[in-house]
Design a protein around this ligand. Structure first.
Ligand code: ZN
Length: 171
C-alpha cells in the first residue's frame, strides 16, 4: 500500500451523513485506503474468509473525522468514544488511518438502522461469522462488548457486533 504524505486529505472523504445526523457534509469514509496498513491487512483477511464461506461482507464505515465522532457521541446507542478516541479516528502523517471498520452482510439495511427485529435477526448468522473470523485474525470484535443495553441482546451479540478493530487507538 502506498502511503501518501502531506496535510490531511479529508476533502476526498466528504460524504453526506445519514439524515438523522442532521444531513451534514462531513469527512468520513467507507474506503479501505482510509485504514492503517496493519489493520487493513487483517481486515482483508477477514473479508476474504467470509467471501470464501459465501457471505457478502460490505464495509460501511472505516475512517471518521473527529468532528463526525463528536456528532455520533451525542446520539444514543451509537458510540461511547468521544472525538478522537475511537479506532475509527486517527491519521498517519496527515492521511486518514483508521484502525476500525463496520461490516454488514450485503450493506447496512435501513431496517437495521431502525432496529426492526426481523432485519436485525437476518444479520445474526453473518455477524457471528464476522466475530469468529475477527478473532482468528487477532482483531477485537464489538460483539464481545457487553455491559450496556443493546438491540442485539436477544442474540448475545454485545452492542456493536458489526465493528472490528485493532488497538491501540485514541492515544
Ligand atoms: Zn465501528
Amino acid at each position: 500500500m502506498v502511503q501518501t504524505r502531506g496535510p490531511l486529505r479529508a476533502g476526498r472523504y466528504l460524504r453526506w451523513v445519514i439524515p438523522t445526523f442532521g444531513l451534514a457534509l462531513l469527512p468520513w469514509s467507507a474506503e479501505l485506503d482510509a485504514l492503517a496498513p496493519p489493520f487493513r491487512a487483517r481486515l482483508e483477511t477477514v473479508l476474504a474468509a467470509l467471501r470464501a464461506d459465501g457471505w457478502d461482507p460490505v464495509v460501511t464505515s472505516t475512517w471518521r473525522s473527529d468532528e463526525v465522532q463528536g456528532v455520533l457521541h451525542q446520539l444514543p446507542a451509537t458510540t461511547r468514544a468521544t472525538a478522537g478516541r475511537s479506532c475509527h479516528n486517527g491519521s498517519i502523517d496527515g492521511q486518514p488511518a483508521a484502525r476500525a471498520a463496520d461490516v454488514w452482510q450485503g450493506g447496512l439495511a435501513l431496517g437495521v438502522v431502525a432496529g426492526v427485529p426481523s432485519a436485525l435477526e437476518a444479520q445474526v448468522p453473518f455477524l457471528r461469522a464476522l466475530g469468529a473470523e475477527a478473532r482468528r485474525a487477532g482483531l477485537r470484535w464489538g460483539g464481545d462488548w457487553h455491559g450496556r443495553d443493546s438491540v442485539w441482546d436477544t442474540w448475545q451479540l454485545g452492542w456493536d457486533p458489526a465493528h472490528v478493530e485493532l488497538g491501540p487507538c485514541g492515544g
